[in-house]
Design a protein around this ligand. Structure first.
Ligand code: UDP
Ligand code: MG
Length: 314
């Protein structure tokens, strides 16, 4: 499609069950909309029929551009690839491929953007997920808000409409461990939230397991906050202070009463406690060093195997 105004970007990983439903919804949306919309689907190294289905789709419908990554790079990097391949001149909407983010919200997001915003992010009113996952999300977002050095809105994920100029800036940010909702927020300009109800995934199973969610949360914490390092140093200071007090008390006791406490257990306890704290501290520093290590390799963030655009493979 030539000169689209809006791009819709969706990463897909083993979504053969959800893809037909997604395409039906997107087609209906594009048919009804007056905007020139292109869809950029990113195959994140799927092992099922997703790539095949995407190929057929992109070759038969020029509104769909399909990007195929060389292997599974993870949701955030697949999204990054999609954002840099999207050509929409006005704005880019980011959605999940499993229809948890209703594409139809584009109309409202776009209307809001017209009021003069650069980023309109969707805020989940209700989550239709299990209790454990829901509570984990709830706690994580609140923790992030209280420790992060930038304002990351509560209960909002990557689902958003982002202006062309903000996407251009995102595309120029070379960081390796990506937490896109944080980066988006860091960029600034006028940003606003819009409430919506998050659906259950349309078909198939969640591709994010707890390990991956944990990694994402980790990236959020270590990339957007100095809290862990600061926290450990304050424990260190606190410990020194406490031990000083204890030292002074013992000294006074020795001078006045002349006894030294037996305190073997106390000693053992203190040694174990502080070796633990030191190990944690080393691990935390390691987290930051690891990030520097990976970033300093300066590798490309993802590798594209093939792009099919305008009904043609290239
Ligand atoms: N996804 C991806 N690469 C991955 C894992 C997930 O592109 O390695 C895609 C997936 O196909 C879906 C979106 O990211 O479109 C969100 O994944 P999922 O629904 O599994 O996550 P959840 O909604 O549970 O957070
Ligand atoms: Mg999902």
């Amino acid at each position: 499609m030539e000169n689209p105004v809006i791009s819709i970007v969706a990463p897909l990983y083993n979504e053969q069950e959800a893809l037909p439903l997604l395409v039906a919804r997107l087609n209906a949306l594009m048919d009804a909309s007056e905007l020139r919309i292109e869809v950029v689907l990113v195959d994140d190294g799927s092992r099922d029929k997703t790539p095949l289905m995407m190929q057929q789709l992109a070759l038969s419908d020029a509104r769909y551009s399909c990007v195929f990554l060389s292997r599974n790079h993870g949701h955030q990097l697949a999204l990054t690839a999609g954002l840099s391949e999207a050509v929409g001149s006005e704005a880019i909407m980011v959605i999940d491929g499993d229809l948890q983010d209703p594409p139809e919200l584009l109309t409202e997001l776009h209307a809001k953007m017209k009021e003069g915003y650069d980023v309109v992010y969707a805020v989940r009113k209700k989550r239709k997920e299990g209790f454990v996952k829901k509570s984990a999300y709830f706690l994580f977002y609140r923790l992030m808000k209280s420790i992060s050095y930038i304002e990351i809105p509560l209960d909002s994920g990557d689902f958003s409409l982002i202006s062309r100029r903000v996407v251009d800036i995102l595309n120029k940010m070379p960081e390796e461990s990506r937490y896109i909702r944080g980066m988006r927020s860091w960029i600034g300009f006028k940003q606003v939230g819009l409430e919506y109800e998050r659906n259950e995934r349309a078909a198939g199973e969640a591709k994010y397991d707890f390990g991956m969610l944990f990694k994402l949360a980790y990236n959020g914490i270590f990339n957007f906050s100095e809290f862990p390092i600061k926290f450990v140093s304050s424990i260190g200071f606190g410990a020194i202070l406490l031990s000083l007090v204890y030292f002074v008390i013992t000294l006074i006791k020795k001078i006045t009463v002349g006894t030294v406490p037996e305190g073997f257990i106390a000693l053992l306890f203190v040694i174990v406690l502080f070796s633990g704290i030191q190990l944690i501290a080393l691990g935390l520093i390691g987290e930051y060093v690891l990030r520097i290590f990976f970033q300093s390799k300066n590798r490309p963030l993802y590798i594209i195997k093939q792009v099919i655009r305008g009904g043609k493979a290239n």
